[in-house]
Design a protein around this ligand. Structure first.
Ligand code: NAP
Length: 429
């Protein structure tokens, strides 16, 4: 006869309810190999209707009803945010409870402290659901790929922005219209900042980079740009040039140049698999020296896919298949590289006067910054106002040089506006 492990839920919202339902469904099995029950749950508002049928006597607003409950062996934090999640997780670990969380923000900002507290108290802290929802990516980086030197981790790890960019690409729609639609469908929050300004992807790539490179990658060293500056026109021109636009989160490192983590919209060739990751799907590419390139794709959010990842962690702990104790000794940390040294091709879209010599002016400014032009398109000529779109693709250039050139381009009196500056992601030929 198996012993039942009591699970205490901090949070009973979208994911918490799905996890509770998965535990209840499992309990109904004739002879589950691992037996679980929901012993207690903590919420903010006791009167809210829940998407799970739990005995109301086990739901409370008092965090101690989970954290120091003797019937709880595993605490599952599904509230979100840095605080009070950090305090509750810390208290649970110190009380000798194993913890599972889906919270990327707390694992990004306070993950090292929490993992150290777990090790000191000889308990587990697992967080598979914190990045890319249902896709197993933390476990592979932590366990299966441990023998590899990781060259890069690159992904589409925010479903909301991918939904918006996919709609813009396929329907020629504007950002504001698609954002409103995403909000109506429940894919975007009423305050969309965390998603569209790249914070959510930033937290997640920080978590992945720490795992892949055994180096702290705090949020303030990660380059972050969101998608508000991407326009419908850019998809049209990018497509003519053989590209689409995605919000990428990338961490790459080697001993010479150091570790660079960045989140920004990028042109990617239509021929690479990442270009076909559409809608709310997520995907992560990992390149390891032994294994080569790996590809993970699937639902990056949603109650059941996220519950799948949370339940995987719960079952691993309950079955005793995770080793307890300190993590393996970390190799020497990488130095953090500066975004200014990043080198890639660039896409520029300018509104310029439609008269001779304009391109020569722009080419001179770029040339002065040591940037050469690969191709130029002149589009959407507005004869009445004497304007045209100038779309320029450069050869690879350093970020610092491009930023210098941008200032000089903005000073040209033949250029009305620099409308877009997007990086072109580099892929092996
Ligand atoms: P949610 O629907 O907003 O649920 C949050 C739950 O936490 C609610 O039950 C809320 O109580 C409770 N809560 C919040 N603050 C609390 C506090 N101070 N004290 C007690 N209870 C508190 O959020 P969610 O979508 O389930 O997300 C939960 C976590 O999973 C987050 O870290 C999120 O980033 C992560 N995650 C979510 C998804 C997804 O698809 N939704 C995917 C991957 C990861 P009330 O219900 O009473 O308000």
């Amino acid at each position: 006869m198996n012993q039942t492990t009591g699970v205490g839920l901090l949070g009973l919202g979208v994911v918490g309810s799905a996890v509770a339902n998965a535990i209840i469904d499992r309990h109904r099995l004739e002879d589950p190999s691992i037996s679980l029950n929901v012993a207690a749950a903590v919420v903010r508002d006791l009167d809210r209707t829940r998407a799970v049928d739990l005995d109301r006597s086990i739901i409370s607003t008092d965090p101690d009803s989970v954290i120091i409950n003797h019937e709880v062996g595993i605490v599952v934090e599904l509230m979100g945010g840095e605080n009070p999640a950090f305090d509750y997780i810390t208290a649970a670990l110190k009380a000798g409870k194993h913890v599972v969380t889906a919270n990327k923000e707390v694992m990004c900002k306070r993950g090292s402290e929490l993992l150290a507290t777990a090790a000191e108290n000889n308990v587990q802290l697992l967080y598979e659901a914190s990045v890319a929802g249902g896709i197993p990516i933390i476990g592979p980086l932590m366990n299966d790929l441990a023998a590899n030197t990781i060259q890069s981790v690159r992904g589409i790890i925010n479903g909301t922005t991918n939904f918006i960019l996919t709609k813009m690409a396929h329907e020629g729609a504007d950002f504001d219209d698609v954002l409103a639609e995403a909000q109506g469908l429940g894919y975007a929050e009423s305050d969309p900042t965390a998603d569209v300004d790249g914070f959510d992807a930033l937290y997640k790539i920080s978590v992945l980079a720490r795992l892949a490179y055994h180096t702290e990658v705090p949020v303030d060293v990660i380059h972050r740009e969101g998608i508000r500056g991407v326009h419908a026109k850019d998809f049209r021109y990018a497509s003519e040039l053989g590209f689409t636009i995605k919000l990428l989160a990338v961490a790459q490192a080697n001993r010479e140049s150091g570790l660079l983590a960045r989140v920004h919209p990028a042109l990617i060739p239509l021929t690479v698999p990442m270009a076909s990751v559409n809608g709310v799907l997520n995907a992560v590419e990992v390149e390891g020296d032994l294994v080569g390139p790996l590809w993970f794709q699937g639902p990056g959010a949603g109650p059941d896919p996220t519950a799948s990842a949370v339940m995987g962690d719960i079952l691993r702990i309950a079955s005793g298949t995770v080793s307890s104790g300190s993590p393996t000794a970390a190799p020497e940390p990488f130095k953090i590289a500066s975004m200014s040294d990043h080198t890639c091709k660039y896409y520029l879209r300018l509104t310029a006067s439609d008269r001779p010599g304009v391109l020569a002016n722009v080419a001179k400014v770029l040339g002065d910054a040591d940037i050469s032009i690969n191709s130029v398109l002149q589009k959407d000529t507005d004869i009445e106002n004497g304007h045209a779109d100038l779309v320029i693709m450069t050869h690879p250039a350093r970020e610092a040089n491009m930023q210098d050139a941008v200032s000089a381009i903005n000073d040209l009196d033949t250029v009305l506006r620099l409308d877009s500056l997007l990086r072109v992601e580099t892929y092996a030929e």
